[in-house]
Ligand binder design. Structure first.
Ligand SMILES: Cc1ncc(COP(=O)(O)O)c(C=O)c1O
Length: 381
């Protein structure tokens, strides 16, 4: 059997990883500023994370959600404490799309309404409702087409207010990434998030903060929506939550009261996933990685802004993007092949940096040195 050809691949096989370094099968070392797409939060192979999973593996790795799983309660309590959302309820699942799918579905159950507001360039995942709220027709199959989702311009408060004043009583939810990831690192302005909160309050709609990529401390706050001082009704999370172990979830404000069988899962919240997720929170707290991400991210952005060929350096914490001039179109590939640095991308010419929150300053400098070498070798004319 052949593998389904999902993505274009780099011709590299990674066999070992530690912290922000990964090694291929020839022993070549790479700096990982991509984090396997924002997944590696506390660093590859963190000893505490490995120990937690190994210890759990030797006890029990899975049993269904028909019994008490105290690890889930411990995770809910710890997540409430670290995120500051103490009175929210946690529903556990397995991926970011599934988290958003459940968030949207719950919003519809809660309001009894069908309409969703999403924004230009949004990415919320590939399951049916999540992809319907994703602003990219290439990801939607005909069966995913629906007229229940309206795409409004990102960061346009007036357009949002106008839409609510016409359709407010039909809207179940507004879903928004605090910082758009796949869309190219675009920050939702604080005032825009506050307008979403106001509109949702006025018309009884649910505010869903998609924090799958920008959450879990990556932005320098636990949720990037926290910068605006707003409380969303539901936060979805995944990627950094398990540091590579598949685990995801939504946290739900106390105003929403789920009923039995509205949501459900077989694998969600299994023992191993909870052990991995607890280890991540323990390390985030113990090593103060959220403050570290904030500080190092600011320093890295300042250093990148000194490099004149790079345009629009932007982001928060360790979620950073910049535009590459046309002449430097091959930059990402050269960073990988000539400097052994993994980065992320967004179309058309955005480099995305999504490293571990435990990235070291000297590792951040490695990128700056590589970019300076590129400037000397390929001056922009
Ligand atoms: C903001 C956002 N939401 C949802 C998802 C979907 O997550 P998953 O791939 O785990 O389903 C992603 C994935 O990139 C994402 O960036």
């Amino acid at each position: 059997m052949k593998l389904f050809d999902v993505y274009p691949l780099n011709n590299i096989t990674i066999t070992r990883a530690q912290g922000s370094q990964v090694w291929d099968e020839q022993g070549t070392k790479y700096l990982d500023l991509y984090g396997g797409h924002a997944v590696i939060s506390i660093g590859h192979g963190h000893p505490h994370w490995k120990k937690r999973i190994e210890e759990q593996l030797s006890k029990i790795s899975f049993y269904s959600n028909s019994i008490h799983i105290p690890l889930q309660e411990a995770l809910a309590e710890k997540l409430g404490k670290v995120s500051g959302k103490v009175d929210y309820q946690l529903f556990l699942c397995n991926s970011g799309a599934e988290a958003n799918e459940n968030a949207l579905k719950l919003a519809s159950f809660h309001t009894g309404r069908k309409k969703i507001v999403a924004f230009s360039k949004a990415f919320h995942g590939r399951t049916s409702l999540a992809v319907a709220a994703t602003d990219n027709g290439n990801y939607r199959a005909p069966v995913n087409e629906t007229n229940n989702v309206s795409f409004l311009p990102f960061n346009d408060s007036q357009a949002l207010e106008d839409h609510f004043s016409q359709h407010g009583n039909e809207i179940a939810a507004v879903i928004i990434e605090g910082i758009q990831g796949v869309g190219g690192i675009h920050i939702a302005e604080d005032q825009f998030l506050r307008t979403i909160r106001q509109c949702c309050d006025t018309y009884g709609a649910v505010y869903i903060a998609d924090s799958v990529q920008c959450g879990y401390g990556r932005s320098g706050k636990f949720f990037s929506h926290d910068y605006a001082g707003v409380q969303a009704d539901i936060y979805s999370m995944a990627k950094g939550m398990g540091n590579g172990f598949p685990v995801a979830g939504i946290i739900i404000s106390p105003a929403i009261k789920p009923k039995h069988f509205q949501l459900g899962t077989t694998f969600g919240g299994n023992h191993l996933a909870c052990a991995a997720a607890l280890a991540v929170l323990e390390v985030l707290e113990r090593e103060q990685l959220i403050d570290h991400a904030d500080k190092l991210g600011n320093e890295l952005m300042q250093a990148l802004r000194q490099l004149t060929p790079l345009e629009n350096v932007r982001g928060r914490g360790l979620m950073i993007g910049f535009d590459v001039p046309e002449q430097w179109g091959a930059l990402r590939q050269r960073l990988l092949t000539d400097h052994q640095i993994f980065t992320g991308e967004a179309k058309p010419r955005v480099v995305r940096l999504l490293p571990s929150l435990a990235l070291l300053p000297e590792e951040a400098n490695q990128l700056i040195d590589a970019l300076k070498k590129e400037m000397a070798l390929y001056p922009i004319t």
